[in-house]
Design a protein around this ligand. Structure first.
Ligand SMILES: [Zn+2]
Length: 367
């Protein structure tokens, strides 16, 4: 055997041992925490989680999960980084805002610096009835970091159907809520909220404001709930869910748990009978007014994908034309700009009226 081969094999052993030793040291404090232990840690390292909405809640959850050893994260967010996100969103910097990065891409870049072995899968996409299967498949758990009930009802129906646990989170003003939903054991979202609120019925972060740390606490509690379930043997999971919703208010310092187990006993058409009305609706071309942002999103139609180079050529000559691998943006009229994403969505900034947004898109893009 040549010295070179011997040297190489020693180096390989050293590297493997080094990685093993690094992991053992890295997670030593968690492993010492008896309810987790080595078995729990191993399960965390083998888990895959989808985070829907990588903003204030999802960003905080993703950081806590990755640091805990959940290295396989699918990061789903349709939006671009905006300056008004900075007070709350732990995975965004001013440079990300300046570069107009999608939140999912910015989050993946920052998370990659925390753990070199992380397997991050950023998706600049909208969670819709049509995209649920693609975006949520092969995950062990879903974190809700979304900002709207349509996404939550889709997550709820998909997770009930696939028997995948998910963690609801909400934050507004100084109040936060977290509910762990384990299909077949706890109440589901529809058990608690039979119909989603109509637009304008509930206060939003735009109308009521939000204190940044509230969102971070919600995200951290969601991650803790996820860790409890992911680290458990599937047969032990039910024992780790007590079916109560955490509701807290950080300004006055109030914390309470609301027992939802009576609702779980009764069930609802989704978790009891398998009804999935939201998943059955096709979302092609749907318009969504983006609350408080003076913008309207027009969903993808057809197969969804668009040729961004072609779009950039079409919009040549418009003010502030910007092209990135994820989107094309241009100011088509004074105060009105279009942003087109690779997945086929268009956001029209400068109006709150779906009809006006559609006419702008028709005028400049012909669809
Ligand atoms: Zn239910």
């Amino acid at each position: 055997m040549s010295l070179l081969l011997l040297h190489d094999s020693v180096r390989v052993v050293k590297r493997e041992n080094g990685e093993l030793m690094q992991d053992a040291d890295r997670y030593s404090r968690q492993v010492r925490f008896e309810p987790l232990g080595e078995r729990g840690q191993k399960r965390l390292l083998e888990s895959r989680v989808a985070v829907v909405g990588v903003g204030a809640l999802g960003g905080a959850s993703a950081i806590a999960l990755l640091r805990a050893g959940v290295r396989r994260l699918r990061l789903i967010d349709r939006d671009l980084a905006e300056v008004s996100n900075l007070p709350r969103q732990l995975l965004l910097t001013e440079a990300d805002v300046d570069a107009g990065l999608p939140k999912a891409v910015a989050a993946a870049e920052h998370l990659a610096l925390i753990d070199r072995q992380a397997e991050l899968d950023p998706r600049v996409q909208d969670l819709t009835a049509d995209s649920c299967d693609e975006l949520l498949r092969d995950v062990d758990l879903v974190i809700d970091g979304s900002d709207n009930f349509e996404a939550r009802f889709l997550i709820n129906e998909w997770c009930c159907r696939q028997q995948v646990p998910w963690i609801y989170g909400g934050a507004i003003g100084a109040e936060g809520r977290v509910l762990t939903i384990l299909p077949g054991t706890t109440a589901c979202l529809r058990c608690v909220v039979p119909e989603p609120p109509t637009p304008g019925e509930l206060p939003t972060c735009q109308t009521a404001g939000i204190m940044g740390p509230v969102a971070m606490v919600v995200g951290a509690v969601q991650a803790a709930e996820a860790i409890k379930l992911l680290a458990a043997d599937p047969a032990e999971r039910a024992a780790r869910c007590d079916g109560r919703m955490l509701v807290f208010e950080l300004w006055e310092g109030r914390w309470r748990r609301v027992d939802l187990s009576p609702l779980a006993a009764e069930g609802c058409p989704t978790c009891r009978d398998g009804e999935t009305p939201w998943l059955s609706r096709h979302s092609g071309g749907a318009t969504t007014v983006l609350c408080g942002r003076d913008a309207v999103q027009i969903g993808a139609s057809g197969n969804g994908r668009i040729d961004l180079d072609q779009v950039a050529r079409t919009l040549e000559g418009c003010e502030h034309l910007t092209t990135t691998p994820w989107m094309v943006r241009a100011e088509v009229e004074p105060g009105v700009s279009l942003t087109l994403f690779r997945d086929g969505r268009t956001i029209v900034f400068g109006t709150n009226e779906p009809a006006r947004a559609r006419s702008v898109v028709a005028k400049y893009l012909g669809h």
